[in-house]
Design a protein around this ligand. Structure first.
Ligand SMILES: [Zn+2]
Length: 169
């Protein structure tokens, strides 16, 4: 089992699934999602670590040219939107722990509610916190497992409990 508070950060070289990202000037581009980070404190909450492809100028002995390169940045979750059908369950998740602080994502366990599929449609899966009033059976998932379940296509967060504060993918 992976501890979401593990100090292991996202590997900046590992490929990540694409998502829409809103640039500072309002353009929407696709970027690779390479990490999901819970940051406690003011301005915190869920952030994403993204890799954006760019060109890098290269001076060769006989000419000047460009090569593919990338920049890595962290942005709040509101600047990132999932692409339908993409599986984000592989994105590594971690929590930042500032010294002397115990602030963290909601404590407790989580569960998945399976809803019957409409005729010809895919089934739906709803993620709940253990404190939810919706009867959901055994809540036995860790936060990290709940995030992976939520990241799968066809999953959604309950809007009535702590699950609504989870990142959208
Ligand atoms: Zn719920």
């Amino acid at each position: 089992m992976t501890d979401p508070s593990s100090p292991d950060g996202p590997d900046p070289d590992a490929p990540g699934p694409p998502a829409w990202h809103e640039l500072a000037d309002g353009q929407s581009v696709t970027a690779q999602v390479i990490g999901r980070i819970y940051r406690p404190g003011p301005g915190g909450g869920w952030w994403y670590q993204l890799r954006l492809p760019i060109w890098a100028e290269v001076q060769l002995p006989d000419r000047i040219t460009v090569e593919p390169d990338s920049i890595v940045m962290r942005v709040p979750a509101r600047l990132v939107n999932p692409i339908e059908g993409i599986d984000y369950s592989v994105v590594p998740t971690r929590r930042e722990q500032p010294p002397g602080s115990s602030a963290a994502a909601p404590a407790g366990r989580w569960c998945v509610q399976h809803l019957p599929a409409p005729a010809g449609g895919p089934g739906r899966r709803v993620i709940h916190h253990e404190s939810c009033w919706v009867p959901t059976g055994n809540a036995d998932l860790t936060l990290d497992q709940a995030l992976r379940e939520l990241a799968r296509p066809g999953s959604e967060a309950c809007t009535a409990c702590e699950a609504r504060h989870l990142p959208r993918f």
